[in-house]
Design a protein around this ligand. Sequence first.
Ligand SMILES: C[S@@+](CC[C@H](N)C(=O)[O-])C[C@H]1O[C@@H](n2cnc3c(N)ncnc32)[C@H](O)[C@@H]1O
Length: 309
Amino acid sequence: MITPPPKLGAGRAAPTPAPAPAAADRLQPKREFQFTQADFERVRQLIYKHAGISLAPIKQDMVYSRLARRLRALNMSTFDQYLAHLEKGDAAEWETFVNSLTTNLTSFFRESHHFDLLQKQLIGLAHRPIKIWCSAASTGEEPYSLAIAACEAFGSLTPPVQIHASDIDTNVLKTAERGVYPAERVERLSPERLHKFFLRGTGAQAGQVRVRPELQKLITYSRVNLLDAAWPTVKGPIDALFCRNVMIYFDKPTQYQILEKFVPLLHRDGLLYAGHSESFLHAADLFRSLGRTVYERADRRAAPPGAPA
Ligand SMILES: C[S@@+](CC[C@H](N)C(=O)[O-])C[C@H]1O[C@@H](n2cnc3c(N)ncnc32)[C@H](O)[C@@H]1O
């Protein structure tokens, strides 16, 4: 499913402009396609409006090399031609454009203290079905880590947990759904986890691992752009909302708008897990920090003295 090109921008400032075109263009390396400062600025505006991503000026080479592939694939000779084509609203190219410019770095049990806390949270909720949303799931290592943590917390491969994994990038979602990884991606996991939750490839699949189908059954996928006005595939109330290492790409007003939409989706006692370098102190009216980049709703009432935990 592809969302139409942006109607965004209302209430959000444009990204800070990169250095003045003339000076920067003089420093251009020799390239197959001319890529001016003005072209880069146009790309920055488009990805900012559509995905919220603020591309730093130092990303110019990265942007060139990723989009030059699109020019070749479409047999185009200038960035102007490519960007004009995009601006006309070709939905398939929008998807490829966004997929080309996302950064998908992730790993199994990244920031592992969050999974320890999640297990404690899950055990406290054991009397009812539990919902987790992994809102920037990338290639799947994070939602599978959530599924493993849930299985361990309940001592079962069928815990009462539903995980919804989403991302803006449709390529990474395909990788996630497939659940096949190079063996190096799991080499830092304990032998017990490896044995319980992964199948080793043999023959043509040697050097690869596949997550167990029981983990896959716990996860559903959809494409969600966190910037979109509505997220129809996301159903609350969510007990644990993982939004890690994606807000870092958004400016504070954009972060605030997303956090505002998280509040009604999150169970009043739910937890929001953020990335190690992300802070939502600027949204203290919405979320209260519990330390170590975990947040609760600011309107969560403290339990009365003597109430069960
Ligand atoms: C650096 S990865 C983080 C992955 C994972 N959450 C982690 O912490 O390991 C950032 C992910 O955010 C996704 N992303 C970027 N902009 C997004 C948006 N507007 N809506 C949803 N996902 C977005 C990217 O496609 C990418 O997969």
